[in-house]
Design a protein around this ligand. Structure first.
Ligand code: UD1
Length: 421
């Protein structure tokens, strides 16, 4: 296992390109199972989660090649429809293959994901939606066993605009007989990316990116050549790297409008943001001030940016209230930030962050992907050295984060963690 040693104190200055989105590439890779043939996907980020999904597709019998941010997935000969616990426990997004396998093969056996480090994370909307589409779903021995003859179009209302359920049900309904209407859908950019790819494969979908998605099922989909959107969470994370170090950073190859909620909060905190259609520059001309944040489904403030924003507020003058409404116990990073000298109090879905003058380097532990990003950001300004263990979490969702941040002035070393305790 690797760890990061970060020496804090340098303002980040320069330009950084944004990579393709993790949360878009995973469902798009799963969607190739709806076709027979070779799909080519461009702008693919080189991430552990992407490689895990590639491994999963290979287990199912697909041929997958990855080179120079381009994925080639040949599904001509895939014929297996079971996903073992070993993969699902490594990456919850393995559940994305459930809908496509069921819709295409009429049967799928996928191990049931458990809880995760930020609390219970049920998949009842996915399963109920599949049953409403006519599947028989059984839970036995820790596995989901779903079967159907052909799925049948229907109306499905999601109790919460779940990203995962919206993706899985879209990928199931595209091959169903008749019309499916999904209500209260998630509207994240990765949903739109998936919808566009499915359309390129021949699916008939309307309303992607709105609350209501209407799908006319077709008998067959075909492979396509497509591209992955830039990652607006990586964009938000790097904007905060610029903010927290009081630097001057320009992020390129991105769509700033997708990160509007984060950009808006940074502006209100006092940062100067200059936007073009594909770049954002952040500078800090004045003393920033604390602002409150409530996480919400897109286009609200993303839960995937909550930990990073908390790191910024921990060194911003004033008091910030951070309410987490998507995953109410997603606050593991608060205690680790406190080890670096932050003053954060957590209580039932809410954190109160009292800005401190400075943080001081210490050994800390990454507990999940975005929590790790928050610790990296805090390490960039903490006095002395911050040692972050278990950085495999960060490799799941950020491509070469240390190389990118070092290129604009950070000092982050990746070393093997020799800790024996
Ligand atoms: C996805 C993202 C994750 C992000 C999250 C919210 C991927 C691979 N992961 O996760 O980075 O933090 O969206 O933006 O894209 N829920 C249920 N039952 C369900 C499904 C969800 O109760 O069947 C609840 C969840 O517990 C949570 C809320 O709905 O409270 C939102 O979850 P969801 O949008 O489904 O998150 P994921 O798709 O798991």
């Amino acid at each position: 296992m690797d760890k990061f040693i970060i020496t804090g104190g340098s303002p980040l200055r320069g330009e950084l390109p944004i990579s393709g989105s993790k949360n878009a590439v995973l469902p798009v890779m799963a969607a190739t199972l709806l076709t027979k043939g070779t799909t080519v996907i461009h702008n693919v980020p080189d991430l552990v989660d992407m490689r895990t999904m590639a491994h999963l597709l290979r287990i199912l019998g697909a041929k997958v090649q990855f080179e120079d941010h381009r994925l080639t997935i040949d599904t001509t000969t895939y014929d297996f429809n079971e996903v073992p616990y070993e993969l699902v426990k490594t990456m919850r997004a393995s559940i994305y293959v459930l809908g496509p396998l069921l819709a295409k093969m009429g049967e799928a056996k996928v191990s049931l994901p458990g809880g995760c480090s930020f609390g219970p994370r049920p998949i009842d909307y996915h399963l109920r939606g599949l049953e409403t589409l006519g599947a028989t779903v059984e839970l036995k021995h820790g596995n989901i066993h779903a079967t159907c003859s052909r799925l049948k179009g229907t109306e499905i209302y999601l109790d919460f605009p779940s990203v995962g359920a919206t993706c899985n049900l879209m990928m199931s309904a595209v091959l169903a007989e008749g019309t499916t209407v999904l209500y209260n859908c998630a509207k994240e950019p990765h949903i739109i990316n998936l919808g566009e790819v499915l359309q390129q494969m021949g699916a008939k979908i309307q309303g992607v990116g709105t609350d209501t998605i209407k799908i006319e099922g077709v008998a067959e989909l075909h492979p396509c050549e497509c591209s992955i959107y830039a990652d607006y969470i990586e964009l938000g994370t790097f904007l905060i790297a610029g903010a927290i170090t009081k630097g001057d950073l320009t992020l390129t190859h991105c769509d700033p409008m997708q990160a509007e909620a984060v950009i808006n909060k940074l502006r209100r905190s006092g940062y100067n943001m200059e936007l073009t259609p594909s770049t954002v520059r952040i500078t800090c001309p004045r003393l920033p001030k604390a602002v409150n944040v409530t996480t919400m489904p897109y286009p609200g403030f993303p839960t995937d940016m909550q930990a990073q924003f908390m790191a910024l507020m921990s060194v911003t003058p004033g008091t910030s209230m951070i309410a987490e409404t998507v995953f109410q116990s997603r606050f593991n990073h608060a205690m680790e930030l406190n080890r670096l000298g932050a003053n954060i109090h957590v209580d039932e879905g809410m954190a109160v962050v009292y800005g401190v003058d400075k943080l001081s380097g210490a050994p800390v532990m990454a507990s999940d992907l975005r929590a790790s990003a928050a610790l990296v950001l805090a390490g960039l300004v903490a006095e002395g050295e911050t040692h972050i263990s278990r950085v495999y979490h960060i490799d799941r969702g950020y491509e070469s984060i240390e190389t990118k941040l070092n290129a604009v002035g950070a000092s982050i070393q990746r070393v093997a963690d020799s800790n024996r305790y």
